[in-house]
Write a protein that binds this ligand. Structure first.
Ligand SMILES: CC(C)=CCC/C(C)=C/COP(=O)(O)O
Length: 286
């Protein structure tokens, strides 16, 4: 997070027009530093030449002092280098702020995280919604429908839904293993049938699955309008329940919605036709 103190003191000591550059101190915290700090007299004398002044400003820069910024900008004139240092700082500060808001909001919304939380009485209902978006009931239900489907079209749809559910588990597992974001500290890890990668929270697997399945059902089943609305509501509720139960931060769920939405596009691209399905089954049976 930015340190206003550092910013103020640096600005106070500096002269000329304002120009700020970000850097991290030894503790990895962001600090602002004026690019136009009062320079030693020798530097001022050379400051009459704008290019030389810019070069000297850069040699005073935090990056230089850390010893990492040896990139020469002699052919471009230094302002470009200054801008490059400003951008990462800005992105870093924006990300840190977003994460801080995310953690704060998620903690406030985790009102069913345990029985004695403020909305602890509806925790059983939230856990029911959790089960409705869990991978196992969806896999078992789809396999059952696939086995009992009495038409080639029905089989094709159920086969592709089954493959989509497997694809979702794989993709979410990969992202969780790469990002390794811990679940919120207020979460109680009492989830049914969680795998080892499910100790990580980014993205929410329930959110990806509910979004992907909702899109799948809306596209491939003939549903009356109220049912279509219910499917969309259910998908949103599954995501919301993740935050209320304290299982996830808000950004885990939002990214999960986005990822599930995109996953459905992938499923459509990889769609296996009845013919392809027969081929695949023949291949498996040898
Ligand atoms: C074991 C199987 C088939 C699925 C695991 C389902 C599960 C527990 C996902 C975690 O979801 P969140 O990331 O939303 O907590």
């Amino acid at each position: 997070m930015p340190s206003p103190k550092a910013k103020n003191s640096a600005t106070r000591s500096g002269g000329g027009s304002p120009g700020l550059s970000g850097s991290t101190n030894g503790n990895g915290r962001y600090e602002f530093m004026s690019l136009n700090r009062t320079l030693p007299p020798t530097l001022f004398r050379q400051g009459s030449d704008p290019t030389a002044t810019a070069r000297l400003r850069a040699s005073e820069s935090p990056t230089r002092r850390r010893g990492s910024g040896s990139s020469s900008s002699s052919n471009t004139g230094m302002p470009e280098e200054d801008c490059m240092r400003l951008n990462p700082s800005f992105i870093g500060i924006a990300l840190s702020s977003l994460l801080a808001i995310d953690l704060w909001l998620s903690k406030r919304l985790g009102v069913c995280a345990c029985e004695d939380s403020s909305w602890g009485s509806i925790r059983p209902l939230m856990k029911l919604i959790e089960i409705s978006g869990h991978g196992i009931p969806w896999l078992v239900g789809t396999a059952y429908c696939l086995y009992n489907a009495d038409s080639a079209a029905g089989q094709e749809i159920m086969f592709n839904l089954f493959m989509a559910l497997i694809l979702d588990l794989i993709l979410v597992g990969i992202v969780k293993a790469v990002v390794r974001r811990r679940r919120p500290s207020h979460n109680r890890m009492d989830m049914f049938a969680a795998t080892s990668v499910d100790r990580y929270s980014f993205p929410s697997g329930h959110a990806t699955r509910s979004t992907m399945c909702a899109r799948f059902l809306l596209a491939h089943l003939v549903l009356a309008a109220p049912m279509r609305v219910l499917v969309i509501l259910w998908s949103g509720l599954v995501g919301l329940s993740r935050v209320l139960l304290g299982r996830h931060n808000v950004t885990d769920v939002l990214f999960g919605f986005l990822m599930g939405y995109c996953q459905y596009n992938l499923v459509e691209m990889l769609w296996v036709s009845s013919l392809g399905m027969q081929g695949l089954l023949g291949l498996i049976q040898g």
